[in-house]
Write a protein that binds this ligand. Sequence first.
Ligand code: ADP
Ligand code: MG
Length: 341
Amino acid sequence: NAVVREKNGNRIMVFVRVRPLAKKEKEAGSRCCVKIVDSSHIYMTEFTTPNDYLRLKRIRGGHFTFDACFSDSASQQEVYSTSTSELVEAVMQGKNGTVFCYDATGAGKTYTMLGTVENPGVMVLAIKDLFSKIRIRSYDGNHVVHLSYLEVYNETVRDLISPGRPLVLREDKQGIVAAGLTQYRAYSTDEVMALLQQGNRNRTTEPTRANETSSRSHAVLQVVVEYRVRDAAMNIIHGVGKLSLIDLAGSERALATDQRTLRSLEGANINRSLLALSSCINALVEGKKHIPYRNSKLTQLLKDSLGGTCNTVMIANISPSILSFGETQNTLHWADRAKEI
Ligand code: ADP
Ligand code: MG
């Protein structure tokens, strides 16, 4: 694996996080079907359901190994430190990176990326860490942090900081940019938290049958760090790094959760971005020269942050409940494949 990583010049780290059993799942008397064996090893029990024939890919339970596996008692800080802190360090040295969570609705993506006010998630912890690192190093240079926060909903890009008309993606010499997107100069963590909270209120959320409060949009927080530091010979070095932190919409098939036309259309578009993301990951796994970034808004936005020399972190969120056996199976299988990049 290490050899492959070196050859392609890119790196994807894959993590699994199991959330606690939800109240509803407990009330349904639902058993757990996964077990964290050790810090990098997860076991899924064998299970067959009567409607198993509906599934295209049948994979048995079994053992999976990842860069790390987080149990339901892992803290937000632990998840952040193990998965993402390395990327924050790299961004300060001009390297781009992407962090996203993947799974069906209700598995814990938003909890992991955004978290709650009491237990902030990866987005907030990354910014906090970034500012504290900048404070420590301010004696040898100058770091400027700009943030943007947008959502991709129905293949439409919207600014979450100052909502308005849909934004057009344009390619310029810096790469793909969303024309008119607010680039907010940030100075402190508190300010960023307020900004994220305000942004989340602007997010398009619609109830679905799978999860009433689930979001059907992808939210993308991009943190651009520009620095000017002096090296040992007192030469000025200038660089820019970008970290993309993404709260994806659920990966479940929209048609299976709701039959109404609008929802189906939304589902198709949500799936367009998710499918495109999977295709890009697959192409990277296979070491292809052509990566199909152009297939969706989400992947266009990530063109300079996925693959190449970028760092990528994927956190597969799963429910421990046997009620989610099928989704968990798919997620672990997909995550296992992504590991091969
Ligand atoms: P998703 O974004 O994948 O649809 P959510 O993040 O909204 O899922 O999680 C569904 C529910 O489970 C939420 O109420 C959330 O607070 C809770 N939850 C998810 N992960 C955890 C966790 N690790 N610890 C405690 N509660 C969690
Ligand atoms: Mg969510």
